[in-house]
Design a protein around this ligand. Structure first.
Ligand code: C2E
Ligand code: MG
Ligand code: MG
Ligand code: MG
Length: 289
């Protein structure tokens, strides 16, 4: 009987596994056509200067509106795009689209685009960025590339050269999801980041009594200030979180409390109505284009 139950359980699991594998294959195939089908779009979420509540930047966040399944979260499709290298094509599209969209925003508002470690390892990345800036006309200082610590997993001369090439283009670099990876201080010592984005896991519950998150955020802010980098706290949802984060002198705040990611038309609407004021962040721009 035990043997029978075991076998039954095994076949139940293998069917589930088969289903998952098929499901994954379907998504992978559909993702190959998603750009051509116009199913991919960028939504934009504001980063707000914590001392003035004014908008300084928007993060571009990719969305997939599947023709049958509806919206699929980047948490699901980005890993598939990375494994299949489709992220190279999607990522190039995102950089170009974001630069183009940012040209319709008030003059000093930046756009931040997420760059996958797969893209970061692609020697063509600097040329792709350069072309996107050129064809859109966006000032390089208005483009920020968000990179996670995973690009340091294999720290090679290629990694260093990629950082140098991107900096030479004049774009800004942000270290995304700081605190969730290895968070080695040597990354900060060597890599030319302009901003550290503090992962939302440190924000959740940071205001609760006994939480150590406040101390951790304060330490990250002190470190960033000493290294002349900006800081952004991600994922602020509640007023008590906002008050607490502001007291820790984080430079920018990003979270549902200000806005969820929205489409370009809504961004333009908010600026058009005067509802959103702008506040440049970081060093002043050289040119006003
Ligand atoms: P991320 O770069 O860390 O982006 C921040 C995520 O936090 C976004 O999730 C955003 O919608 C979410 N978020 C912002 N404020 C709040 C808040 O107050 N509460 C909560 N609970 N969440 C908040 P999203 O859009 O689902 O993206 C997830 C991840 O997918 C991103 O994390 C990024 O790693 C990746 N991703 C998104 N777009 C792209 C892209 O164009 N290229 C690449 N390579 N990765 C992307
Ligand atoms: Mg990001
Ligand atoms: Mg992040
Ligand atoms: Mg994240």
């Amino acid at each position: 009987a035990a043997k029978g139950a075991g076998r039954g359980r095994f076949s139940f699991f293998s069917e589930k596994l088969l289903e998952a594998v098929n499901e994954r294959k379907i998504l992978e195939d559909d993702l190959r056509d998603a750009l051509d089908r116009n199913e991919i779009e960028l939504h934009y979420q504001p980063l707000v200067k914590s001392t003035t509540d004014k908008v300084s930047c928007f993060e571009a966040l990719m969305r997939w509106n599947h023709h049958e399944r509806g919206p699929i979260s980047p948490g699901i499709f980005v890993p598939i795009a990375e494994e299949t290298k489709l992220v190279l094509e999607l990522g190039t599209w995102a950089i170009r689209q974001a630069c183009h969209d940012a040209m319709s925003w008030p003059g000093k508002v930046r756009v931040a685009v997420n760059v996958s470690p797969i893209q970061f390892a692609d020697p063509n990345l600097p040329e792709i960025v350069k072309q996107a800036l050129k064809s859109s006309g966006l000032h390089p200082d208005r483009l920020e590339l968000e990179i996670t610590e995973s690009v340091f997993l294999e720290e090679t001369t290629e990694t260093e050269e990629m950082f140098a090439s991107l900096k030479r283009l004049g774009v800004r670099l942000a270290l995304d999801d700081f605190g969730t990876g290895y968070s080695s201080l040597s990354y900060l010592q060597n890599a030319p980041f302009d901003k550290i984005k503090i992962d939302q896991s440190f924000v959740r519950g940071s205001n609760k009594p006994g939480s150590r998150n406040g101390a951790i955020i304060a330490a990250i802010v002190a470190l960033a200030e000493a290294l002349k980098m900006d800081t952004t706290a991600e994922g602020i949802e509640a007023h008590d979180e906002l008050d607490w984060i502001k007291s820790l002198n984080v430079s920018q705040i990003q979270g549902y409390i200000y806005s969820k990611p929205i489409i370009q038309d809504e961004v333009l609407g908010h600026f058009g109505s005067g509802e959103w004021k702008i506040e440049p962040e970081g060093p002043a721009l050289q040119r006003d284009d």
